[in-house]
Design a protein around this ligand. Structure first.
Ligand code: PRX
Length: 642
């Protein structure tokens, strides 16, 4: 593999980079002002860069600025003569099936779909639910909403009918765009059927269902609108709505420690700017590059780094429909060779899976086009980092270990170009992005200063790409993020600042688990288990899993009047699969007589986490338990998993 020309940085001179960074940090608003003027096309320039009131959880960027997101992501490039440049490369599930879509073609398709939505009565500010496979139609649908000023709410196509119904109804969506089936790794998922079951739970909620015929195998329902036909009949020219910088662009649901998933609202101006800036900066994106973020658009990574970041920058972005192991473990690397990919962004869970398959799958393909390798979603284990760097990148690529969240909209920490000088630290996100001021706090809210310390990770200043509210529940937004430590955004993560001032994310400090990079609240899994008639109570915890990062272990107390069978554990897993989705189904179900509780009845999850992780010597103080012998019984039962 030949050495690549740009192995490391966006700025070659380290001193220049430090000066540039410090300069930006002196006055982040001036930096964002300059970026917003340069990067975005405004229909009306904003009158204030930022206007926040953190006591009320109010974040506002570019007040009174007007723009259109689709115009920024498409028309601008077409008008500047780049209409024939490739916008999307669709790498379909079927190996070797690729389609290149130019900016001009993207414009036409988006306009057609925007017109279809208008025909269906969708108005500016309305929410449209998208439950779609990873094909260009998902991108068309997102941008068609942006074109007319509607708010899209994507539901990952691995979610079940219950999860879909809950999101459609919470977002009060009146129109749904779905597909007959999705295809991943050769397996088909009947999206239309699942959507039907979801709609049956919320009669009268949705007035129109547009169906993409991805496989053409499912006969359409009488009331379906066939997407391809409707688009073909619609005009390829559409008006773009003028939206305020602070108008909603999308809702995306994410899990927290308690309650139902929250619909985070991201807005138009600040989000788009942050997506574009971070995409260019952290991936060293240069015009003409072929950039591939392999996430699904159903998650925030797909929103920001498959769609909005690359397209606002006029990049060529890969839409990857398949899975890393289909037809075999060389899929990524064969694709890198064939498409000459320059930046590849994926998740540790995929890398762990691929690393296990051996180096041959990687080495038989030419990866000399690669310059930056990105990782997101969970901590990357140092040995996986080394494999990514040494084997995949042949020691020639920069590793972008990017820490961020659905809430932040874009990357908040990532090793800067300086990391190559200071020494990379495998598994550490290291440096805050411009405008990001991390703080480590103790549980008492006091800041922990200095280096070589650990604490709760908070951020001092809002960045332009951050979510603005929880849809329909601003109080919850304030309580979850802004009231734990007044004046600071609480991330829910713990972090360490090492002796050289570099950051290492240590993981969630709340009851959120990260399963194959998918974020889940343990309370959500527990509520699903309760839907089984035999369940009296349950406690769900995460434990280390060598591929998924965290596995799910459910401790379940059955009702006295329920007689378990050999199938009970399987049924319980099935109930979660049905209620949330396959990725949330517990890896282990342990039936227990009782749970470790304090005298006041609070479940001591800390103890369950230690047992599930097999750290039996680290159970800690058991004296506050109402019934300490419960622990012995659970340890005994745990042996079946060893
Ligand atoms: O715990 C952190 C972990 O993923 C959480 C955010 O999950 P989600 O909102 O689904 O967004 C994932 C994609 C941005 C964080 O609170 N996380 C994300 N990236 C990293 C990470 N943990 C360690 N290192 C990372 N690079």
């Amino acid at each position: 593999m030949a050495a690549s020309a740009h192995a490391t940085s966006t700025t070659d001179d380290d001193a220049d980079y430090v000066a540039y960074y410090n300069d930006c940090m002196q006055n982040p608003n001036a930096f964002w002002d300059q970026q917003a003027r340069q990067r975005l096309q405004w229909r009306q320039l904003y009158d204030k860069v930022a206007d926040h009131n953190l006591a009320e959880g109010q974040i506002r960027w570019f007040t009174n600025g007007k723009l259109n997101v689709a115009e920024n992501c498409i028309d601008r490039h077409v008008e500047s003569g780049r209409g024939d440049a490739t916008a999307l490369i669709y790498e379909a599930d079927e190996p070797g099936t690729t389609q290149h879509i130019t900016y001009k073609e993207l414009q036409e398709q988006v306009n057609r779909l925007a017109n279809v939505l208008l025909q269906q009565g969708v108005k500016q500010g309305d929410r449209v639910c998208l439950y779609l496979p990873m094909t260009p139609y998902a991108v068309y649908a997102m941008l068609a909403c942006a074109r007319i000023g509607a708010i899209h709410t994507l539901v990952f196509a691995g979610f079940s009918e219950d999860a879909l119904a809950a999101r459609i109804s919470d977002g009060d969506c009146r129109v749904l765009i779905t597909a007959d089936e999705s295809v991943r790794g050769g397996k088909k998922i009947p999206l239309r059927q699942i959507a039907n079951d979801a709609l049956a739970q919320i009669p009268g909620q949705v007035r129109a269902v547009l169906v993409q015929e991805r496989t053409g195998k499912t006969p359409p329902q009488a009331y379906d609108i066939k997407l391809y036909e409707a688009m073909a009949a619609a005009s390829p020219v559409a008006e773009s709505a003028t939206v305020d910088a602070e108008d909603g662009l999308f809702l995306l649901y994410t899990s927290g420690s308690t309650g139902a998933p929250k619909g985070l609202l991201h807005t138009s101006g600040g989000y788009l700017l942050y997506a574009g800036y971070t995409h260019e900066h952290f991936f060293d994106y240069k015009p003409g590059d072929i950039y591939a973020c392999l996430a699904d658009v159903g998650w925030i990574t797909g929103h920001t780094y498959v769609v909005y970041g690359p397209l606002v920058n006029g990049a060529t972005t890969v839409i990857f429909e398949s899975v890393p192991t289909y037809p075999d473990a060389s899929r990524y690397w064969e694709m890198v060779e064939r498409l000459r990919i320059n930046q590849l962004y994926t998740a540790p869970t995929a890398l762990r899976l691929l690393m296990k398959q051996g180096d041959d799958f990687v080495q038989k393909h030419d990866r000399s086009s690669l310059r930056v390798l990105g990782s997101v979603g969970e901590p990357i284990n140092p040995e996986v980092w080394r494999w990514f760097h040494d084997v995949v990148g042949n020691k020639q690529c920069r590793i972008a270990d990017t820490w961020w969240q659905t809430e932040t909209g874009g990357i908040m920490m990532c090793p800067s170009p300086l990391a190559s000088k200071e020494g990379h630290k495998p598994g550490a996100a290291m440096h805050p992005a411009v405008g990001v001021v991390p703080l480590l706090l103790g549980t008492d809210g006091q800041e922990i200063k200095g280096n070589d310390v650990e604490g709760l990770l908070c951020l001092r200043d809002p960045t332009p790409g951050m979510a603005r509210t929880v849809f329909g529940n601003h109080k919850r937004f304030c309580e979850t993020y802004w009231s734990h430590f007044p004046g600071y955004y609480f991330t829910g993560d713990g972090a360490k600042r090492d002796s050289e001032g570099h950051y290492h994310i240590t993981g969630r400090v709340d009851d959120v688990i990260n399963v194959s990079g998918h974020r889940l609240g343990t309370a959500e899994v527990e509520s699903s288990l309760l839907l089984h008639k035999g369940v009296a109570e349950s406690a769900v915890v995460g434990y280390p899993h060598d591929v998924k990062g965290e596995g799910i272990c459910a401790y379940v107390i059955l009702r006295a009047d329920f007689e378990p069978t050999g199938n009970t554990a399987k049924e319980l897993k099935e109930v979660v699969r049905h209620h949330i989705g396959a990725f949330a189904s517990p890896d282990r179900v342990q039936l227990v007589k009782d749970l470790p509780k304090t005298r006041s009845g609070k479940i001591m999850r800390r103890i369950l986490r230690k047992i599930a992780s097999n750290q039996l010597n680290e159970l800690g103080d058991l004296s506050t338990l109402a019934e300490p012998k419960v622990v012995d019984e659970i340890i005994e039962g745990h042996k079946e998993f060893l």
